[in-house]
Design a binder for this molecule. Structure first.
Ligand SMILES: *Cc1c(COP(=O)(O)O)cnc(C)c1O
Length: 332
């Protein structure tokens, strides 16, 4: 068991911001950087630390409960952190892995997590207040953290991430599942106050963009998930959320808010679908680059940037930061 401050010294923070020069068509015309949140800790997936950080304040809760699938990066990160900090942790897992534990579940068992396997129907109730009340009654002293660690408190961790970036840049790209990471980026961009949109017609080449890459089929749905964490001023209808096929001629060219959208053509068939072309892209990337990506989250984000570059979607000179959210454990 470690005190919080000692535990935090085991994290690599601030995470590095590195420049990359892959041999992708069009990459020579832009500046590409990677924010290495994957390197924050060898076990904790990067954005999951960002999202948990502000929930782990002293005095610690007597117990923590959270939710996830059998390969969840969030349960993995939280299970490890709770074990290190000596906080009893209960994981409510969708599906029964007791006969065939995944590597993630095996780790949880090793970290003394109490695992409750639930069926799909029960799992679907994970955000319902009646169900949460039942959990509160069963575990009166426990802090309940939503799936993916995605809650308002999580956004402050993304603000921390953004505060670490000294560089001026034009676009940040990140994968999107539950939406809190992208929402945190958008809110932090809004605070940066360096947004100056010059050529909206050239979307997505205007300054201060956030581009989310949907890792699952969820057009409309993913935007709603993101917006539940945004003030009205940053929601789509007030933020001139422009689809690439929309006529932008009548829009003003100045705005004080960051501009965001989610790309829905890079999910490769759905969550955790890993077609061989995507797997080959990741393998190839991993052989030639100083860090690794995986096909569920980061691989889709890097592929999307490669594809957008090849299609000339960015103006020459655009400074792009890809947030590497981690996730290598889930690929086991
Ligand atoms: C959970 C996760 C995401 C998605 O983040 P959200 O905040 O849920 O949108 C992206 N990348 C990795 C590696 C993750 O584990």
């Amino acid at each position: 068991m470690l005190p919080l401050e000692a535990f935090k010294t085991s994290l690599t923070l601030p995470s590095a911001l590195v420049s990359i020069s892959p041999e992708w068509k069009g990459a020579e015309n832009v500046s590409l950087y990677v924010k290495r949140d994957d390197a924050i800790h060898p076990i904790i997936s990067g954005n999951k630390w960002r999202k948990l950080n502000h929930s782990l304040t002293q005095p610690f809760p007597n117990a923590i409960i959270s939710f996830g699938g059998g390969f969840s990066n969030h349960l993995h990160a939280l299970g490890f952190v709770c074990f290190e900090l000596g906080i009893p942790f209960t994981a409510i897992v969708r599906g029964n892995y007791s006969a065939n534990p995944s590597p993630m579940i095996e780790d949880l068992i090793q970290w003394e997590t109490t695992i409750e396997y639930v069926n799909r129907k029960t799992y679907q109730r994970r955000n319902e207040s009646a169900y949460l009340n039942e959990l509160h009654n069963k575990y009166p002293d426990a802090l309940i953290i939503p799936e993916g660690g995605s809650q308002t408190r999580a956004l402050a961790g993304l603000q921390d991430m953004m505060n670490e970036i000294d560089l001026e840049f034009d676009v940040m790209v990140a994968p999107v599942a539950s939406g809190a990471t992208l929402a945190g980026i958008i809110r932090a961009l809004d605070k940066r106050n360096k947004c100056a949109y010059t050529e909206l017609q050239d979307m997505p080449s205007s300054a201060c963009n956030a581009i989310g890459i949907g890792v699952l089929k969820g057009e409309g749905y993913l935007e709603e998930l993101v917006e539940q964490f945004l003030p009205n001023s940053l929601k789509r209808e007030n933020n001139r959320h422009i689809e690439s096929n929309q006529n932008t001629a009548n829009l003003p060219t100045q705005t004080t808010h960051p501009f965001w959208h989610i790309k829905h053509n890079y999910h490769w068939g759905g969550y955790a679908k890993a077609p061989s072309e995507l797997v080959a892209f990741c393998d190839d990337f991993n052989k030639t680059m100083p860090f690794e990506i995986e096909p569920v989250y980061s691989g889709k984000a890097f592929w999307a940037v490669k594809d957008m570059l090849a299609k000339g979607k960015f103006k020459d000179g655009t400074r792009i930061i890809i947030l590497h959210t981690g996730g290598l454990q889930g690929a086991r």
